[in-house]
Write a protein that binds this ligand. Structure first.
Ligand code: 2AL
Length: 172
C-alpha cells in the first residue's frame, strides 16, 4: 500500500487498519487520521509519536497499561492481539520452560509494583534471554527514566507495526 492510498482512506478503514499500531489504543489512530495528508511513512509515524508525547503523564501511563505482559497469562490463553502474538513468539516467549516463565512472571510483578504499569519492550527485536536481562536491569531505573524508556519502546513497536502494514522495510 502506498501513501496515496493511505491518504485516501476514510475514517473507518483507516482506524481498522492502523487501530492497533499502538497496542489497544485505536483512539490514537482515530486522532492521527485528522492529520492527513501524510508525506510518507516517517511522517505518518511522527503523528503517532506526537500524539503520545502531547499526552499528560496519566495518559502516557494509560498507553503502557494497555500492553499485555510479556510471557503473561494472555500469551498462555491465546488471547493476545495478532500483532502482540507475533512479537512475543518472535522473541521465543511461547517456548519458555516452566522455570523461565515463573521467573519472568515474578519480575513482571515486581516491575508493575514499582512503577504502576507493565514492563514494555519491543519483543521482536530481542530474544528471551535479553527480555529477562532488560527486565532485571530496568527494575532499578528511576520512575522518570523508566516512563521515558517504556514510551520509546511503544514507539518502536508502533514503527515496526506501521512498516509491516505498509509492506515497508523496518527501520530500527
Ligand atoms: C509487548 C507486546 O505485546 N509486543 C511487544 O513487542 N511488547 N508487550 C510488552 N509488555 O512489552
Amino acid at each position: 500500500m502506498d501513501m496515496d492510498q493511505v491518504n485516501s482512506m476514510d475514517f473507518v478503514d483507516f482506524v481498522d487498519m492502523f487501530g492497533n499500531v499502538i497496542e489497544r489504543c485505536p483512539l490514537i489512530a482515530a486522532a492521527v487520521w485528522s492529520q492527513r495528508p501524510f508525506h510518507d511513512l516517517e511522517d505518518l509515524e511522527k503523528h503517532f509519536c506526537a500524539f503520545i508525547d502531547a499526552l499528560p503523564q496519566a495518559g502516557q501511563e494509560g498507553i503502557l497499561r494497555c500492553h499485555p505482559d510479556l510471557a503473561g497469562r494472555e500469551l498462555q490463553r491465546g488471547t493476545l492481539t495478532a500483532e502482540s502474538q507475533r512479537e512475543q513468539s518472535a522473541a521465543g516467549l511461547q517456548s519458555l520452560s516452566v522455570d523461565e516463565r515463573r521467573r519472568l512472571a515474578e519480575l513482571n510483578a515486581q516491575y508493575r509494583a514499582r512503577f504502576g504499569f507493565p514492563f514494555v519492550l519491543a519483543a521482536r527485536l530481542r530474544d528471551r534471554e535479553t527480555v529477562a536481562r532488560e527486565l532485571e536491569r530496568r527494575l532499578h531505573c528511576s520512575p522518570e527514566q523508566e516512563l521515558r524508556t517504556a514510551l520509546g519502546e511503544v514507539k518502536t513497536i508502533g514503527r515496526l507495526r506501521l512498516a509491516d502494514l505498509l509492506g515497508a522495510p523496518a527501520r530500527l
